[in-house]
Design a binder for this molecule. Structure first.
Ligand code: ATP
Length: 240
């Protein structure tokens, strides 16, 4: 397993957000965590990227214990988050934002960087068209693409995506999920947190269902998509 989480407990003061969750992500997989508001999805992602402190349990990445590793170390090891709510640099251009994505890379001045930027532009032609435009002046969907593109510039082995479809128009939502599949097909492992459970399960190799800080179910994405209890709770009752 590339990423292995064991018995994780995380608190906000006295509020316990994660109550001992365990999950794993193998190299090459798309794994998704689904769950209602407040289930602990964002907290899990923040813990993977090193923003939240772990009270109990462990996080192992590529065989190394990273439970207490700071965020920049994780990025250097290849664990990188494209944050919820975009989090791009509004005053910088698209190209400058993308360049910021690889500032921790040792080969950042080399041709490798240019090739990676081209790869991002192939995935998101829209960003190429707008390469000299300020990030903050773009639409929500474009900013979301830029945030994912910036994360890809760090050459992650595991890309952490927190609600990539949030706030997007339906057409763009489909496009974002297609692009996530494409990124995965090109060799990047993906851990995806989504409220849009139907779309997430449709592209995920495996999934975990989170409920109030516990994992209550796990299985193949396609199986959970047809699981009656998952349909009732997270997929709008299966067409009622
Ligand atoms: P959402 O999709 O609404 O963001 P989520 O599944 O991502 O939901 P989390 O945001 O991880 O859930 O929240 C898990 C629990 O931790 C919730 O009970 C929430 O109220 C609590 N929580 C989250 N952030 C804080 C905070 N900054 N201070 C106190 N409690 C928090």
């Amino acid at each position: 397993m590339l990423l292995e989480v064991k018995d994780l407990e995380v608190f906000y003061g006295r509020i316990q957000a994660l109550r001992g969750i365990s999950f794993s992500v193998a190299e090459g997989e798309i794994v998704t965590l689904i769950g209602a508001n407040g289930a602990g999805k964002t907290t899990t992602m923040k813990t993977m990227s090193g923003v939240r402190t772990v009270t109990k349990g462990s996080v192992t990445f590529d065989g190394q214990d990273i439970t207490k590793a700071p965020s920049h170390k994780r990025v250097m090891m290849g664990l990188c988050q494209a944050p919820e709510g975009r989090g791009i640099f509004p005053g910088m251009t698209v190209v400058e934002n993308l360049e910021m994505g690889c500032y921790l890379r040792t080969d950042r001045k080399s041709a490798a960087k240019d090739a990676d930027m081209e790869r991002v532009f192939e995935l998101f032609p829209r960003l190429k068209e707008r390469r000299d435009q300020a990030g903050g002046s773009m639409s929500g969907g474009e900013q979301q693409m830029l945030a994912i593109g910036r994360a890809l510039m760090s050459k992650p082995r595991v890309l952490l995506l927190d609600e990539p479809s949030m706030g997007l128009a339906p057409m763009l939502i489909n496009q974002i999920f297609r692009i996530i599949q494409e990124i995965n097909a090109q060799g990047t492992t993906v851990l995806l947190v989504e409220q849009n459970a139907a779309k997430a399960l449709a592209i995920a190799h495996r999934a975990y269902v989170l409920e109030t800080g516990h994992i209550v179910k796990t299985g193949a994405g396609k199986d959970l998509l047809t699981d009656p209890s998952v349909r009732d709770a997270y997929l709008g009752g299966g067409g009622h």
